[in-house]
Every structure is written in structure tokens, then in C-alpha cells.
Design a protein. Structure first.
Length: 311
């Protein structure tokens, strides 16, 4: 069953069309990533779904509500974690989560939420003493305390170091395992590839691709993969078997672009074993979501991705 349904969504700011006929659905319990360059219409779309911005045209249903008129009954069922939130620096973690929980009729116990975001050891710490990563986890706790059915996550790991990002990913995965529907916006393609069940890519206000991250990644460069290695000592490039669709040799470094990576890798390693030769730095590099994203959002000649005033 769809948690979110969007049909022909349009948003105009005067003569500027920020969102131009978007249509997509988000299923219950799905982690859905909305991707696009600055100015593509992501922020406008998400704010319409949250009920904070009016649409110009189109139909939108979020948890069975029209967010433009859903009122309190709608807001009680969603959680929003903004990229930056103003928090009272003098309150403790427990006090702040307890206060926010008081706004909701259906709420999770304060200590349970604090434990869920792994801030139990900071329960009595004042907000002003928390690190950036801890504050981000507190932001998430405030978005969860009302036990939302749908959680909006806006750039949840911006500014995190690699270790903190991994911990945040684990937390999102835990939320997904609880059956929460999550709408994620991020500029980190590896984050979307790791967390999302499906991604939607928008550019200039239009949907340009939608599907599982692996499926979209497979569309990059027509699905071609790269086999990379160094030539063994005493072996010339001309000694190699016929492989791939395109071969590039730079000194001893070899790159083979292929649409048959398994067959070509097998042929290459069989050839090497027959010569009792090692292939230093051998690796198979498949297309990534980032490569597909860059191709999908590449601006036409004379324009720049992100032209326009609204994200």
C-alpha cells in the first residue's frame, strides 16, 4: 500500500516552474531517496509533502491526507528531521525529548527514544555540551518521539566524519526494521545506494529516473564495467587475449571496458593462470549510482544544474 502518492505535481513561483509534473509513489515501510542537484525542486517537493508549502497543481496524498489541509491529525503522524534545527542549548537531552513528546497524543517513551538514538549516556547532558554528531542524533530523537508513520530525513549526515556516518546509517536501518516509511534527501550517492530501497532523481523540476539504486547504477555507461590491472612483468599488452569492448593501456596499467564482465574476467584469469602470471591490482569496477546520477542530471549545453532559486 502506498504511503505517499504524487500525481502531476506542479509548483510555480511567478514565471519560474520549480516542480514540473512530478508523479511517483512511496510504499509503506520503504526507504525512498529523493535526489537531485541544488535547484532541482527537491526541497519544494518535500515541503509540499510535509504540508508547509502550497502546490500550484496536481494531486498529493500522504498517509491518506492531503498535506495542504490535513491539519493536526496529519502532522501527528509524520516526523521531520531538518538539516539544521534550533534547539534550546540549556535543556538536557531528556528534558528536550520529554517536552517534544508532550506535543503528541501517540508518543514513544522518552527513555526508549533516547536509547534508540544511542544517547543514553548523554541523558542528563545539556544540549550545548553535545558534539555535532550527538546533536544530529538528538534531532532524530525529536523527530521520532511522536512515533511517526512517515519520517522525513533532510541530509541526515551532512558534516559527519566517516565513522559517524556509518552509525547514522545503522540507525536509519533500525528505523526501517521497525516498519517506518522514510523519505530521505541526500547529496551522498553512497548513502542513497546503501540505505534506499528506491531512489527518484529529479532535474529541473522533472522526474528523470526512478528505481532501485542497483538498477539505476546499471544504466550508467550502458551498464559497462571496468576491469583494471597492471601488466605482469615481461608481458606486453599485445599478449593479452581479446577482451571487452574497449581497451586502454597507459604504461603497465590496463583498463578494459566491457558489457560482459563475468565472461571477460573469467577469460583473463584463465589466461593468467595458464602463464603462471599474477595480475597486480586486478579489480572489477561496476557502474555506481553516482555515475548514473551525474549522467542523468547533466545540464544541456549553456545551462548549469541547479539554475533557479528553489531547491
Amino acid at each position: 500500500m502506498a504511503a505517499v502518492t504524487v500525481e502531476g505535481l506542479r509548483k510555480d513561483y511567478g514565471s519560474l516552474r520549480a516542480v514540473d509534473g512530478l508523479s511517483f509513489t512511496i510504499e509503506e515501510g520503504e526507504v525512498f531517496a529523493l535526489l537531485g542537484p541544488n535547484g532541482a525542486g527537491k526541497t519544494t517537493t518535500v515541503e509540499i509533502l510535509e504540508g508547509y508549502r502550497q502546490r500550484t497543481a496536481g494531486e498529493v496524498s500522504v498517509l491518506g491526507f492531503d498535506p495542504a489541509s490535513g491539519g493536526r491529525a496529519f502532522r501527528e503522524r509524520i516526523g521531520i528531521v531538518l538539516q539544521e534545527a534550533g534547539l534550546d542549548a540549556e535543556l538536557t537531552v531528556h528534558e528536550l525529548v520529554e517536552m517534544y513528546g508532550g506535543f503528541y497524543p501517540r508518543r514513544r517513551p522518552t527513555d526508549q527514544v533516547i536509547e534508540l538514538v544511542r544517547l543514553a549516556d548523554k541523558r542528563t547532558a545539556r544540549v550545548k555540551t553535545l558534539s555535532g554528531g550527538q546533536r544530529r542524533r538528538l534531532d532524530l530523537a525529536l523527530g521520532l518521539v511522536g512515533d511517526p508513520d512517515l519520517l522525513f530525513l533532510d541530509e541526515p549526515t551532512t558534516g559527519f566524519d566517516p565513522s559517524a556516518r556509518r552509525r547514522a546509517w545503522e540507525l536509519v536501518e533500525r528505523l526501517s526494521s521497525l516498519g517506518k516509511t522514510i523519505l530521505l534527501t541526500t547529496h551522498y550517492m553512497d548513502e542513497a545506494q546503501h540505505l534506499a530501497d528506491r531512489v527518484a532523481v529529479i532535474a529541473s523540476g522533472r522526474l528523470v529516473a526512478i528505481g532501485p539504486p542497483g538498477a539505476l547504477a546499471g544504466q550508467a555507461d550502458q551498464g559497462a564495467a571496468l576491469i583494471e590491472f597492471e601488466l605482469p612483468s615481461g608481458v606486453a599488452a599485445s599478449d593479452l587475449p581479446r577482451l571487452g569492448d574497449q581497451v586502454r593501456v597507459d604504461g603497465t596499467n590496463v583498463e578494459i571496458r566491457t558489457t560482459r564482465p563475468v565472461a571477460d574476467m573469467h577469460a583473463l584469469t584463465t589466461w593468467a593462470l595458464g602463464r603462471d602470471a599474477e595480475l597486480p591490482s586486478l579489480q572489477l569496477v561496476r557502474p555506481t549510482l553516482e555515475e548514473a546520477y551525474l549522467q542523468l542530471t547533466e545540464a544541456p549545453a549553456g545551462t548549469e544544474p541547479g539554475d533557479g532559486a528553489h531547491g
